[in-house]
Ligand binder design. Sequence first.
Ligand SMILES: [Mg+2]
Length: 118
Amino acid sequence: MNDSNTTIDTLKEQVHQLCLRKGWGIEGVQNPQHVAMAMTVEMSELLEHFQWLNPEDVEGLMNGDDPERVAMIAEEFADVMMYGLQLTRTLGIDITRQVLRKIDIVDHRPPKPFNPKR
Ligand SMILES: [Mg+2]
């Protein structure tokens, strides 16, 4: 399974099955308020891998010079994403619909004066 052959619904179900196996929440559904808070903790763990990096280090990440750090970032990203999948499943949010809606909103915003390339 990878991004090219897996639907978001499949991932939502995989995370739900994990919650059921672990006995988390009520019938595998955790309080969405708690899930949202946990998501920010995981986001902080992800950010920790970028803390105090200089621009050359970040460039190195993008060029594949630090695969170990990228693997740690990927793991924390997965934590964030898994909470996001749980949250959206619980609240009945269609991720694709919301992302496309948001792209449309941003697309129609006037440009900001400063827009860095990276
Ligand atoms: Mg984590």
